[in-house]
Design a protein around this ligand. Structure first.
Ligand code: FE2
Length: 415
């Protein structure tokens, strides 16, 4: 288990938190057999070349169905002691996403994985209803499974003082439930995973790469890499710009945590994308809003949608040009304040626990905590200006009193 810092808690939550630590998965090797004869019609026609394409992108919804929690003490404590997400307000975030998507009417709503809290089948069914309504109203919804969505071992219903296991979602079931949201209408489908190639205009396409199969959780299968290469080669021949989508990152987003959030074979994956001139990858998983860049490839990690400040992203692609902008999910002020308070409280608890080991004077401790809250809010929301933060009054105190802590190393690692 990683140390109890917010970024670490986000890692833990992204990876399944303490639940995952309790239940190590053991999947057999080889390629999962997934039925391929799944075809549905496109929501909207392919646009003519040269048309600007607008995407709304979100990640890590971590939605839990209201049917799976009783709002009781155990559920409350579980979500309050997690990584700062406002999980108990899942339904409201989903409604806000639906409303904003239908208001903005992008050419596609792109969701880069971890749709569900912990892979509950009921949660995916609820999401399917919402995504289906968006689709019926003419907006294309394109999804990718995250590490929490397929064969997740800790799908539970919260009941009173404990939990009971509920049905999770197999790889084949994910494909069946989500066939209308990308894969079924894709121009090209990978035979080994939920990876697919989806043109939105004659000169722009999205390539979704699924690294969360039952055969190789966390890595892109060799078959998937072959599929990606075949598709990228053809796109290059036709002069089509491709933006790729993964759940895990393809470039490290933080120096301290390195590859902890990345696709396991991320070097091979990033090399392939660079080889074919992919300039932008959309990812999530770390719950951190951040962009890492290397050799002309930018990996845009979107924040977790239910963690304040509730990040979304807007991407406009026209020809070879892509413009990526962070945005905010529109939620009622009371929900926003509650989410911000949850995030603040989480970092206060986690940094406070580390500082308590140093027996500092209360005033110093409070100043350090306040500085940590400011840092974390800025870093996680993608608004950190490292130069400006170096002038933060609390930083001198951190250096003087707490430079041996992990949180200090974490603050140093952000750029
Ligand atoms: Fe994840």
């Amino acid at each position: 288990m990683l140390p109890s810092l917010v970024i670490a808690a986000a890692v833990a939550a992204a990876a399944g938190g303490s639940f995952a630590a309790l239940a190590k998965r053991a999947f057999p090797g080889g390629t999962a057999a997934v039925p391929r004869e799944i075809t549905v019609s496109r929501t909207a026609p392919v646009l003519p070349a040269g048309t600007p394409v607008h995407l709304l992108a979100v990640s890590d919804l971590h939605y839990i169905s209201p049917k799976l929690n009783d709002g009781g003490e155990f559920f409350r404590r579980t979500v309050e002691n997690a990584d700062g997400k406002l999980t108990e307000r899942s339904e409201e975030f989903l409604a806000a996403l639906e409303a904003q998507t239908l208001k903005e009417r992008p050419d596609a709503l792109v969701i880069s994985g971890d749709l569900t809290f912990n892979g509950e089948h009921q949660s995916l069914r609820d999401l399917k209803e919402t995504f289906g309504r968006i689709r019926e109203k003419g907006v294309t919804v394109l999804v990718l499974p995250g590490n929490h969505d397929v064969s997740y071992p800790m799908a539970v219903n919260f009941t009173g003082k404990g939990t009971e296991r509920v049905k999770n979602v197999s790889q084949a079931e994910f494909l069946e439930e989500c066939r209308e949201f990308g894969y079924g209408a894709a121009e090209e489908k990978d035979r080994a995973s939920f990876s697919y190639y989806y043109p939105l205009s004659e000169d722009f396409a999205l390539l979704f790469l699924d690294a969360n199969t039952e055969a190789a959780p966390g890595a892109l299968l060799p078959e998937t890499l072959d599929f990606a290469e075949r598709v990228l080669k053809r796109a290059r021949q036709k002069g089509v710009t491709v933006v790729t989508v993964t759940h895990q990152n393809v470039l490290p987003q933080n120096r301290l945590y390195g590859d902890a959030f990345a696709v396991r074979n991320r070097k091979e994956t990033a090399a392939l994308l660079k080889k074919y001139g992919v300039a932008h990858n959309l990812s999530g998983h770390a719950h951190l809003t951040h962009c890492a860049a290397e050799d002309g490839l930018a990996d845009h990690a979107a924040g977790c949608m239910s963690l304040a400040p509730f990040r979304i992203a807007r991407i406009t692609v026209c020809g070879k040009q892509a413009d990526y902008r962070n945005g905010i999910l529109e939620v009622p002020p009371e929900l926003r304040e509650e989410g911000e308070a949850r995030a603040r409280q989480t970092i206060r608890q986690q940094v406070g626990a580390e500082l308590d080991r140093l027996s500092l004077p209360p005033e110093i401790r409070e100043n350090l905590v306040a500085s940590a809250v400011r840092f974390n809010r800025a870093y996680f929301s993608g608004e950190l200006d490292p130069e400006a933060f170096r002038k933060d009054p609390g930083l001198t105190l951190w250096k003087e009193y707490a430079s041996g802590t992990l949180f200090w190393s974490y603050m140093q690692s952000a750029d």
